[in-house]
Write a protein that binds this ligand. Structure first.
Ligand code: ADP
Ligand code: 5GP
Length: 220
C-alpha cells in the first residue's frame, strides 16, 4: 500500500473526527456533467443561508472560474502536504486530479449552526459515511448516458480525452447511487431544482430535528 492509499484507508477506518454539525450537512454527488454545480447554484439562490464548502483541487482553473470561489486551486505539492498533515476530512483522486474538503472549513461552517452543502464525488461521500458523519446524501443522476455525454460536450470546458475519462468514470459512479438517501434525476432543470429544494425542506422538518425545539417550549 502506498502512502496515499494508506492515508485514505485511515480515513475509512476512523470514526467521528469532527465536532458534530448543529445544522444539516447535505452531500451532493453525481457523475461529472449530470448538473450538480447548476443545481447546487440554484439551491443556493433559493436558500441564501445555506453555506457552500469550497473544495481544494489540483485541476486547472476553467474559464470563468475564480480561485477561492469555485475552488481553492492549489499545486500537487500543496495538496500532498495537506494530506500529510491530516487536514482533509475526505479527499480523492477524481478524473486524474486531486480534490478534497478541509476539516477546518467544515468545522467553521458548522460552528454557527448553518446548513452546509458539500459537492463531492462518490469516493469522498463514501469516506464521510465511513466516518459516521451525520449527513444527508443526495445523488444527482442524468436522465441517461447519451444526455450526460452531450452535456459534457456542450459545457465546452473539457477536451475530448477528458470527456472520455469522465464518461468511463460515470458508469462506475452510477453504480454507487443505491447507497444514497435520495436520488434526483436531472432531466428538466426546473423539476430537478424543485426536487432538491424539497429534500432540503423535508430534512429540516424531520421530527428528530424539530422535537428539541418543541421540548424547549415544554410542548412535548
Ligand atoms: P456537474 O457539476 O455535475 O459536472 P454542470 O452543472 O456543470 O455539471 O452541468 C453540465 C452542463 O449541463 C452545463 O453546461 C449545464 O448548463 C448543463 N445542464 C445542467 N443541467 C441541465 C438540464 N437539466 N438540462 C440541460 N442542460 C443542463
Ligand atoms: P469538476 O472538475 O468537474 O469541478 O469536478 C469533478 C468531480 O470532483 C465532481 O464529481 C465533483 O463533485 C468532485 N469534487 C469536487 N470537490 C471535491 C472534494 O472536495 N472532494 C471530492 N472527493 N470530490 C470533489
Amino acid at each position: 500500500m502506498n502512502r496515499e492509499q494508506d492515508s485514505q484507508a485511515r480515513i475509512l477506518e476512523e470514526s467521528v473526527t469532527i465536532k458534530p454539525c448543529q445544522g444539516i450537512l447535505f452531500v451532493l454527488s453525481a457523475p461529472s456533467g449530470a448538473g450538480k454545480t447548476t443545481l447546487g447554484r440554484l439551491l443556493m439562490e433559493r436558500e441564501p443561508k445555506l453555506r457552500h464548502s469550497i473544495s481544494y483541487t489540483t485541476r486547472v482553473m476553467r474559464p470563468r472560474e475564480q480561485n477561492g470561489i469555485d475552488y481553492h486551486f492549489i499545486s500537487q505539492e500543496e495538496f500532498r502536504a495537506m494530506i500529510d498533515k491530516g487536514e482533509f476530512i475526505e479527499w480523492a483522486s477524481v478524473h486524474d486530479n486531486y480534490y478534497g474538503t478541509a476539516m477546518a472549513d467544515i468545522e467553521h461552517l458548522c460552528a454557527n449552526g448553518a446548513d452546509v452543502l458539500l459537492d463531492i464525488d462518490v469516493q469522498g461521500a463514501q469516506q464521510l459515511r465511513a466516518r459516521s458523519l451525520d449527513a444527508v446524501f443526495v445523488f444527482i443522476a442524468p436522465p441517461n448516458m447519451d444526455v450526460l455525454r452531450q452535456r459534457l460536450q456542450r459545457r465546452d470546458s473539457d477536451t475530448p480525452d477528458t470527456i472520455k475519462v469522465r464518461m468511463e468514470n460515470a458508469f462506475k459512479e452510477m453504480a454507487q447511487a443505491p447507497v444514497y438517501d435520495y436520488i434526483v434525476i436531472n432531466d428538466k432543470l426546473a423539476v430537478a431544482a424543485e426536487a432538491l429544494h424539497a429534500i432540503v425542506t423535508a430534512e429540516r422538518c424531520r421530527a428528530l430535528r424539530i422535537l428539541p425545539l418543541l421540548a424547549q417550549l415544554s410542548l412535548v
